[in-house]
Structures are given as structure tokens and as C-alpha cells.
Design a protein around this ligand. Structure first.
Ligand SMILES: [Zn+2]
Ligand SMILES: [Zn+2]
Length: 325
């Protein structure tokens, strides 16, 4: 199973404004000159490798969209602005000639998860079939609203592709060839459903958007399996730990909450996403450093008590990341 993150920003697309790009460039040129002086080297590629990736390319500005595929099946989770470039890629295959079939799972319908839909080109190509899956009953109504004048010039009933809506049952698995998808409820102001996707013994859990209010096994109850036997979890870390404490009921979490869950449940790897649109690249990096401090403190405390913490591999995700399980 391969997973590609086409959008890791939360709430609203957040492209770099020109002055930020200029500042980045000035900083990099300055660092390169220092690097040259220090090392006597002038290999640009080598210099780039010595720089934190976010300083060069940032974390990404597109909102929620994830592609999950095996050799037999492709699934898309959410239609944030990241679905636009994914649509461009799909147009190079059967979608480009009206013989494509797209399977789109929707967590919920907040703007950042639907904003890319009107720019998903395969939906305009006659002959394509776009299957939309959600636990919620109102997916059709949402699509009709998104594709509606005066917000968008092409109404839903004039889309070229056939859009077919399917209802998912809470906590009931649905098979898509060799991929098994089970929706579990997350902690979000409007109902939002995360997805556990299994292929054989490989497990991917998508836990966005969530505040992570329920963390104990008892509180998670029937939603606990979303966090069990997981190889890779994508988790909502819109805020720093302090911000999350202030923004109660805003529906988003912070990395330490995901880390604690992962340590307890033995989750092998986490990617933190849904970066705040107001957070600069440096601020997201700072949140990553704070998380490292938190994790180091936990490791130290465990060592002092002669306990061994489950090893968890984690990082803040950048747009375009691809992981193979
Ligand atoms: Zn969101
Ligand atoms: Zn949301």
C-alpha cells in the first residue's frame, strides 16, 4: 500500500506570499556564502542537503487530500485543494479519456476538505465515474452546494462525469478490492470520520480532523480500533500543545496528544498534518522541536522508571510525501 499526501495544510490553503519566498531566498544565499567560507565547498546540492527541508521548500500550502493505492485499487481521502494536482495526474490515465473511475472517501465537509472539488478536472469529463463515500447522509447536498452559482459557474447537474454517492456504515468495514476501509468517529465539532485502511497485515489510519479529546481506551470505546495495530497514522497537529489547550472545542489537536496515543497503542509511525494556515514554516518547525522535547522528556522519564517506551517514528509532514507500507 502506498500513501501520498497531496495536502497537509489545515483550514485554508496557505501559499507562500512573494515576500516570504524572497526572505527564504535571501536567507539561503546568505547561508550558502557562509557555508562556502566555512567548508571551501561550492556544491549547491550538498549545501541544500545540509539545510532543514522546510527552509527551502516549506511544508506545503494545499489542504487535505490523501491518495492511497495498492496495485489493484486507488482511493482518495478528502477533496481539499490538494485534489487539484492529483486530478491533473489522473488525467494522464483513464480519467483523461472518460474511462476513469474515482473512489473518494469523505471525512466531513468543512471547506478545507471540499474546496478542491470544483478544480478536480476528472469530474468534468463525460464517461468518468466519481464514487463518493461518506458516513454522513448529506454528501449529495454538499456537492450540489459546492457546484452552485454564484459560487461556481458549473452546476452539479451539468458536470460531465457521473457522480455516485455511497453511504458508509460507522465502524463497518467495506472492501475495495484488496483494501479494506473502516470508518471511525473522530472528535470534531461537526461529525468527522477517520478511516482505517488495511491491506493484508499493513494498516494505515487517517485521523484528521480531530481534537483528540477522547484518549483513554474507555473513552474511545468503539472507536479505539482506529488506533490499534497501526503501521502509519496521519494525525491532526494544527496547534502547538499550548495553543490546543487554549482552543478547546476548535476540533484540532497537537502532536503530543498523537504521540501519547501512539506510545500506548504501539503505533509504529506518525505523520502530523493539518498545519495551521497562519503558522509560518519556522513556526511549524518550532512545533516539531517542542514535540521532540516532549518525546525526549517522556523517554527520559521512562528510563528513570526502568520502563521501555514503544519506539515511535514521527515527523511533521510535508506536502508531496509518499510512504510505502
Ligand atoms: Zn480540516
Ligand atoms: Zn474540519
Amino acid at each position: 500500500m502506498k500513501i501520498k499526501l497531496w495536502g497537509v495544510r489545515g483550514s485554508l490553503p496557505a501559499p507562500h506570499p512573494p515576500h516570504v519566498l524572497r526572505e527564504k531566498l535571501v536567507g539561503l544565499v546568505d547561508d550558502f556564502l557562509q557555508y562556502q567560507k566555512r567548508t571551501g565547498q561550492s556544491d549547491i546540492e550538498q549545501f541544500m542537503q545540509s539545510i532543514e527541508p522546510h527552509r527551502v521548500s516549506g511544508w506545503g500550502g494545499n489542504t487535505a487530500c490523501v491518495e492511497v493505492h495498492s496495485s489493484k485499487q486507488r482511493l482518495i481521502i478528502d477533496g481539499g485543494s490538494g485534489i487539484r494536482p492529483l486530478g491533473e495526474k489522473l488525467m494522464g490515465g483513464p480519467c483523461g479519456v472518460g474511462r476513469g473511475e474515482v473512489h473518494l472517501l469523505m471525512t466531513h465537509f468543512h471547506w478545507d476538505h471540499v474546496i478542491g472539488l470544483p478544480f478536480f478536472v476528472p469530474i468534468f469529463v463525460p464517461g468518468n465515474k466519481i464514487h463518493v463515500y461518506s458516513v454522513q447522509d448529506d454528501a449529495r447536498e454538499v456537492f450540489e452546494t459546492v457546484f452552485k452559482k454564484p459560487m461556481f459557474p458549473v452546476p452539479f447537474d451539468r458536470l460531465g462525469a457521473e457522480v455516485i454517492f455511497h453511504k458508509l456504515e460507522p465502524r463497518k468495514p467495506k472492501e475495495f478490492n484488496d483494501l479494506k476501509v473502516t470508518p471511525y468517529q473522530l472528535d470534531h465539532p461537526d461529525p468527522c470520520w477517520g478511516f482505517k485502511i488495511e491491506q493484508g497485515n499493513k494498516v494505515f489510519s487517517y485521523c484528521v480532523d480531530t481534537e483528540g479529546i477522547r484518549v483513554s481506551p474507555a473513552d474511545l470505546g468503539e472507536d479505539l480500533p482506529l488506533y490499534q495495530n497501526v503501521d502509519l497514522m496521519v494525525f491532526d497537529a494544527q496547534y502547538t500543545f499550548l495553543e490546543a489547550a487554549e482552543k478547546v472545542d476548535w476540533g484540532h489537536s497537537s502532536a503530543p496528544v498523537g504521540l501519547d496515543l501512539a506510545v500506548r497503542e504501539g503505533i509504529k509511525r506518525i505523520l502530523f498534518v493539518h498545519h495551521d494556515p497562519a503558522a509560518s514554516d519556522d513556526k511549524v518547525f518550532e512545533a516539531q522541536k517542542q514535540t521532540q522535547d516532549y518525546f525526549s522528556a517522556r523517554l527520559k522519564a521512562a528510563k528513570a522508571q526502568n520502563r521501555v517506551l514503544t519506539p515511535v517514528q514521527w515527523e511533521f509532514a510535508r506536502e508531496g510525501m509518499e510512504i510505502e507500507l
